[in-house]
Design a protein around this ligand. Structure first.
Ligand code: NOJ
Length: 591
């Protein structure tokens, strides 16, 4: 495994700080709590942790609205707590990457407060400011005679209505792709760049191992401000999408989502920016890493000069993880990655994060959820590329549907609820059902550590920031699963151990086999030293499989490395039977 970097073989685990572990008993996760759980993470087999934002924030977007880039949110602790956490993680050979939000700040950031105070302050040009749009026939440069203020164009925020918010002090609008509390920075201004790069350096100097880069696709907007041509606003489009049933409506909804935002993301300039950031990282020792929250492989540049990794979101953006879908996805991704210079492309697979429905719920079928969860874990841990897991998936945490609007913390959800109730006359009960489905709170509930009240996340009777999913009482918690040898948690541990002990699973090529199998997925992972066969049976039937025609296997025997079914270790011929939903991993024993 020469020349392989740590971030290629590492398994990453995403921590959502607010919900991971409450060390001081106030109902909110914190660094004390996270630090106390490092032994758990290390025994699970995690090599690296990605922390969602831990910076001071008014929390309109749960930390993705940062009001100070060089500090720790008081509810999470102090800089000293952070440094202690970093030290303890490194001591256990775990790397730490932080979330760097480049596109926007909080409207409570000192930069924005200054910027909005007048048109001629030193930071006047740090955000995207524009005058009111003058209706046809009005003189330019003057306030519209009619006195009617009109936003610069019809762009929408993807979270809460119009993308422009008026500020009387400047008599101008500022632009926000996300909530109005998240004004977009003006990245054309070199001072903005400098300030943000300084913030990055602040954490790199402390020793963090890299960054996950938030929303990089939205950093620049169409300079011509071309309006969208969708005959709806955001709330209407969301509602239309919820009600879309026929194939025609579904197609139209997809077209509208694309059309509505196409001028607000993916614009020129961002690759140069990523190159600058990469150059900064490369000044540091220790192979620090940049992971883009984007699936566009173009963000990897030549393979050496932009980001190290981008997520394979197309893998998870599907209603059903079928063998066909996965094969097609791998073919497309891997061929693009291979086209990058001198083998510099490397994949990054994930099935869930803080923005998406939990793996267990989303890809379950209500009949075989347990088996499917095991199959999906094996998928993400055996495909070629760096796996990212989301906290709680290792114990099978599920989405938790809120039932009352007062519980909703994800502002995007409460905005939608109030808009459809007040502007569209949707009945509050129905609106709540829709909101519970769309809000990201459902997949951000506190981590379930034990069978004690509050799932051991916070002391009993403390009111936690989001309700705890009551299914912690039914074995969906760490402590109960640690004691149970056949639990999902122990299954993850075992699988992670198998991955770690296999060069081929960590770094080998991916060679698909049986390309038209509908019920199962099978492939080889092959490195110079080792060949491993993986079979994932997605069906509820036992299947007879025959690998005698596979060149790499032929008459070789297979030596079992892992099976989710009851199967004894030892040698197997290249024809064998797999159990329903079995995960089968074997070494191809070279003669
Ligand atoms: C992507 C983050 O993952 C999401 O949680 C956040 O709301 C937006 N970017 C805005 O920062």
């Amino acid at each position: 495994m020469t020349n392989i970097k740590w971030w290629q073989t590492a398994v990453f685990y995403q921590i959502y700080p607010r919900s991971f572990a409450d060390g001081n008993g106030d109902g909110i996760g914190d660094f004390k709590g996270i630090t106390e759980k490092l032994d758990y993470l290390s025994s699970l087999g995690m090599d690296a942790l990605w922390l969602s934002p831990h910076f001071p924030s008014p929390n309109w977007d749960c930390g993705y609205d940062i009001s100070d880039y060089c500090n720790v949110a008081p509810e999470y602790g102090t800089m000293q707590d952070f440094n202690h956490f970093l030290f303890e993680a490194h001591k256990r050979d775990m790397r730490i990457i932080l979330d760097l939000v480049l596109n926007h700040t909080s409207d409570e950031h000192a930069w924005f407060k200054e910027s909005k105070s007048s048109r001629d302050n030193p930071k006047a040009d740090w955000y995207v400011w524009l005058d009111s749009h003058l209706p046809e026939g009005e003189g330019s440069g003057e306030a519209p005679r009619s006195g009617v203020r009109v936003p610069p164009n019809n762009w929408q925020s993807c979270f809460d209505g119009e993308a422009w918010t008026y500020v009387p002090e400047r008599d101008q609008y500022y632009y926000h792709y996300f909530m109005k509390q998240q004004p977009d920075l003006n990245w054309h201004n070199p001072e903005v760049k400098q300030a943000m790069w300084d913030a990055g350096r602040f954490w790199l100097d402390l020793g963090v191992d890299g960054f996950r880069l938030d929303a990089i696709g939205t950093i620049y907007e169409d300079p011509h401000l071309t309006p969208h041509n969708v005959p709806m606003n955001l709330a209407e489009l969301r509602r239309f999408s919820e009600l879309a049933k026929t194939p025609k409506e579904i197609k139209l909804k997809e077209k509208y989502w694309h059309e509505m935002f196409k001028n607000q993301w993916g614009q020129a300039g961002v690759h140069e920016l990523m190159k600058e950031l990469r150059a900064i990282l490369d000044e540091y020792d220790g192979d620090r890493v940049l992971v883009g929250e984007d699936d566009n492989i173009d963000f990897m540049g030549s393979g050496r000069d932009e980001l190290h990794l981008v997520f394979n979101f197309p893998l998870m953006q599907t209603e059903g993880l079928t063998p066909d879908h996965i094969r097609k996805n791998q073919k497309e991704r891997l061929s693009k990655l291979e086209a990058l210079s001198a083998g510099q492309g490397w994949g990054c697979n994930t099935l869930g994060n803080h923005d998406s429905s939990r793996v267990y719920t989303r890809y379950g079928n209500k009949l075989h959820d347990t088996e499917l969860a095991r199959l999906h874990a094996a998928l993400v841990l055996t495909l070629k590329g760096t796996p990212f897991l989301y906290n709680g998936e290792e114990i099978g945490m599920t989405d938790y549907m809120l039932t009352d609007i007062s519980q909703v913390k994800d502002t995007m959800g409460s905005w939608y609820y109030h808009t459809i109730v007040t502007e569209m006359g949707v009945h509050p009960e129905e609106a709540m059902l829709r909101t519970a489905e769309m809000t990201r709170d459902k997949n951000r509930t506190p981590m379930q550590w034990s069978n004690n009240l509050n799932a051991g996340f916070s002391p009993a009777h403390v009111s936690t920031w989001l309700p705890v999913n009551p299914n912690y009482k039914n074995g969906i918690n760490v402590l109960d699963q640690e004691k149970n040898p056949s639990s999902l948690l122990n299954y993850y541990k075992h699988l992670l151990h198998v991955r770690k002990s296999s060069v081929a699973l960590q770094a080998g090529e991916y060679i698909p086999l049986h390309p038209s199998a509908k019920e199962y997925l099978t492939f080889l992972r092959q490195s110079g030293e080792q060949t491993v066969l993986v079979v994932l049976n997605f069906s509820e039937h036992a299947l007879e499989l025959d690998f005698t025609r596979a060149r790499e296997i032929k008459r070789h025997n297979l030596r079992l490395l892992f099976s989710s079914a009851e199967r004894r270790g030892g040698e197997l011929p290249p024809q064998f039977k797999v159990a329903p939903f079995e995960v089968f991993i074997a070494k191809v024993a070279h003669a």
